[in-house]
Design a protein around this ligand. Structure first.
Ligand SMILES: CC(C)(COP(=O)(O)OP(=O)(O)OC[C@H]1O[C@@H](n2cnc3c(N)ncnc32)[C@H](O)[C@@H]1OP(=O)(O)O)[C@@H](O)C(=O)NCCC(=O)NCCS
Length: 175
C-alpha cells in the first residue's frame, strides 16, 4: 500500500498532471487531454477525483451520468452512473491507488446502482472492480465506439438506500 495517499475532487490545477498521465497511457497530446478534462471538470453530470502521493497527482478516476433515453452515438448503455477513466501513473500501480480512487467515487455515489464498462482483455481493471462488488451484466456499446465492452453492475447496499432515502437518490440522478 502506498504511504501518504489521499484522494480529493480534482480542480483546474490538476489538469496538467492528469492530462499528462492519460497521454502517457493512452496516447494523444497533453493539450488535447487538457481540453477534454477541462470539459469534464465543468460538467455537473461528472465526477473527477484525483489521488495524491509523494506531493504529486499520481492517478485519477471519473464518473458520468448517462440518461436512460440517451441512445446518441449508437450507445446501448442502460441509464445510470458509470465509473470511467481510472488511470494510475505507471510507477504507482499495485499500491492501492486505483482501489482508493474507486472507493472514493462509490462513496460519492452511495445508494445508487453504478455501472462500469471494460474491454474484455483488461484483466487488471476488471479484477479491481469485481473486488469492489461489481458483477458481470452482459455487454454494451458506448456512444462513438464500435467495440462491445463488458458491462459490470454494482447494486447499492440496502443500508445505503435506506440512509439516503428517495429524495437523496433523486437528487443524485438529476444532474
Ligand atoms: C487498472 C489500474 C487503474 C489499477 O490501478 P492500481 O492502482 O494498480 O490498482 P490497485 O493497486 O488499487 O489494485 C487493487 C486490486 O485490483 C486488482 N488489480 C489491479 N491491477 C491488476 C493487474 N494488473 N492484474 C491483476 N489484478 C489487478 C488486484 O486485485 C489488486 O489487488 P492486489 O494488488 O492486492 O492484488 C491501473 O493498472 C491502470 O492505470 N491501468 C491503465 C489504465 C486502465 O486500463 N484503466 C482502466 C480503464 S477502463
Amino acid at each position: 500500500m502506498q504511504d501518504d495517499l489521499s484522494v480529493r475532487d480534482a480542480t483546474a490545477d490538476d489538469l496538467p498532471a492528469t492530462a499528462s498521465i492519460i497521454a502517457t497511457h493512452a496516447g494523444g497530446t497533453v493539450d488535447e487531454w487538457h481540453t477534454r478534462f477541462a470539459e469534464v471538470l465543468a460538467d455537473p453530470a461528472r465526477l473527477f477525483i484525483v489521488a495524491e502521493a509523494d506531493g504529486a497527482v499520481v492517478g485519477f478516476g471519473q464518473a458520468r451520468f448517462v440518461a436512460s433515453r440517451d441512445s446518441s452515438g449508437g450507445s446501448t448503455a442502460p441509464g445510470g452512473w458509470y465509473l470511467s477513466g481510472v488511470t494510475v501513473a505507471s510507477g504507482y500501480r499495485r499500491r492501492g491507488v486505483g482501489r482508493r480512487l474507486t472507493e472514493a467515487r462509490l462513496e460519492r455515489l452511495e445508494g445508487q446502482v453504478v455501472y462500469y464498462a471494460a474491454a474484455p482483455e483488461n484483466a487488471g481493471t476488471i479484477a479491481l472492480h469485481e473486488r469492489l462488488g461489481f458483477i458481470p451484466s452482459g455487454s454494451v456499446t458506448l456512444a462513438g465506439q464500435h467495440e462491445a465492452l463488458l458491462l459490470f453492475r454494482r447494486e447499492p447496499a440496502m443500508a445505503d438506500v435506506r440512509a439516503r432515502g428517495a429524495a437523496g437518490v433523486n437528487r443524485m440522478i438529476s444532474p
